[in-house]
Write a protein that binds this ligand. Sequence first.
Ligand SMILES: [Zn+2]
Length: 277
Amino acid sequence: MYLVETVSKKQHVSTVKATPFDPAATADRFSVAGRVAGFRIEQYGEIDGFPLIALTKRAPGQRPRIYISAGMHGDEPAPPLTLLTLLETGFFDERATWFICPILNPTGLVRGTRENATGLDLNRDFFDIQAAETRAHICWLQRQPPFHLTLCIHEDWESTGYYLYELNPHQRPSLAEPILAAVRAFCPIDESPVIDGRTTAAPGIIRPIDDPLLRETWPEAIYLRAHHTTISYTLESPSAFPLESRITAHRAAITSATMRLIHDLSKSSAYPPPSPP
Ligand SMILES: [Zn+2]
């Protein structure tokens, strides 16, 4: 019915209940698998009794510093589960120095809601910070060195396929095409000319306004681009597809993006080290 179709995305998504997700048990699995894989596990905060955790693993010598986050929206279970799968299968090796925040919104995840338990969309909270989760997350980020690449992993209940947002203000070699080429083997790409209200730059690729000063609200990616990285991707899998397919698609995307970056950095000076913000 028209009324239902015309409600805003935020209102619409808030009513959706995702697959049940146990943030505490998942955090335990991240801790156990992370230690086995040589990560340092840091609890940077706590919300309603749930730990907020970050995993870091520093490789010897000069290696790209790669940050990956997941679990920002509680109705998007595939992103944290993808990172857990990668961790448990030994993906995060010494080719890079890794910074991982896998469960950013545990009170949303336990409820299966986009927002946290107090109704805040944490991915609109990075300018005028309201949520304790965002405050703790930013405190942690401010203690980290600049990143060569950041990946924010998400899902979209309305998309017909996989797509991504690219923030690449310094025109570094784009990773967008390699990412989508890797995903295409497992999941269709959303070929719509307009996705999430934005005109695409190419099939499955959105290049939003990246000047933070022109943005009314700051998602995590805009904050990262302003303070922590020179190239950033937000990866979106289609929630209507089976969970296993979404995990496989995200796994292919993350593998492609990180391996391409590591390869490019190892053979050329295409990516100079990011300058401190
Ligand atoms: Zn999301």
